[in-house]
Design a protein around this ligand. Sequence first.
Ligand SMILES: [Zn+2]
Ligand SMILES: [Zn+2]
Length: 373
Amino acid sequence: MAAEIQPRPKARKPCLLSKIEAFQEVVTAAAIIPKEDGVISVSEDSDCYENYITFFKLSDCLYSSSEFILSEDYNKMSPALTYQAHQGRVVVVLFVLEMEWLLSTGQDRNFTWHCSESGQQLGTYRTAAWVSGLQFDVETRHAFVGDQSGQVTILKLEQDSCSLVTTFKGHTGNVTALCWDPVQRVLFSGSSDHSIIMWDIGGRKGTAIELQGHNDKVQGLCYASHTRQLISCSSDGSIVIWNMDVTRQETPEWLDSDSCQKCEQPFFWNFKQMWDSKKIGLRQHHCRKCGQAVCGKCSSKRSTIPLMGFEFEVRVCDSCYESITDEDRAPTATFHDSKHNIVYMQYEPTTGNLLTSGTDKVIKIWDMTPVVS
Ligand SMILES: [Zn+2]
Ligand SMILES: [Zn+2]
């Protein structure tokens, strides 16, 4: 029976509210100022001021993180406190209000935390590679540090020391973004390998679920906790909104076999069986649903498996294909095109606005309330 693939339900789209095109360089980080109609942006070098948009030279804070006080008209910022934190460019800065801590990472491969009251450095930890994702759990004081080697390191921070708890290895590319949901106690990691992994820490079963819905490097991750939706974006400009209310399953381990686990034809390295049965060896494939090693003939069909995180069609064996119903194929995410190659993304939950910054040197502000409401 050839099941028909249901057309995706008409998605309510993010609505473009405004575009800021005054940049001379690509904006590498930016933030929507909550409750105000303003944006703070960081770019490599730029010193012009526009309306309520404030630029400041990143070169000024190449070797330090700076805290700025915004002036009333948002036309300029005055440095309030400077932290001498790094020997290389600062990559991620995270302010933890509850602890009065400023966490930062740099290209010098140091992760440091400072007291935001005194400006004093409290501790530092040397990471294996430079860090591009950083999150913190206030309740347990765990820092999640995602680096260019593809691993996520979990550190327990004390006032002036830290200890290594564990590392998560699952990505085949750099970790490019991290996002922590403190309520469900789930960590999301995005990577240049195009995938997102959902690490279920609260579930205490070691469950890690892959979300495959991007065709390019994942560049940003945000969690809308009030609607339990994960927003992700990739460098090809796509924005994906994942419904996290659905229970997804882990993908199976790929099984090893010297012959197809369906038709028993030998795979090409199985010389003995090829000789004994006078058969030509076949290439090995794996069914994404059951994990069995199968030949191309026994896995000729493709299907989405949204409940395993596969929003795109993947290889499945013929028997699994028959078992997947139209209902199973209903997408659990919606897909949107931002029409620029995204380098940075931020979601502001109080207004429901999403900011994307692209390689086109444009910042776009999106009203997400039609899709995240
Ligand atoms: Zn076969
Ligand atoms: Zn299968």
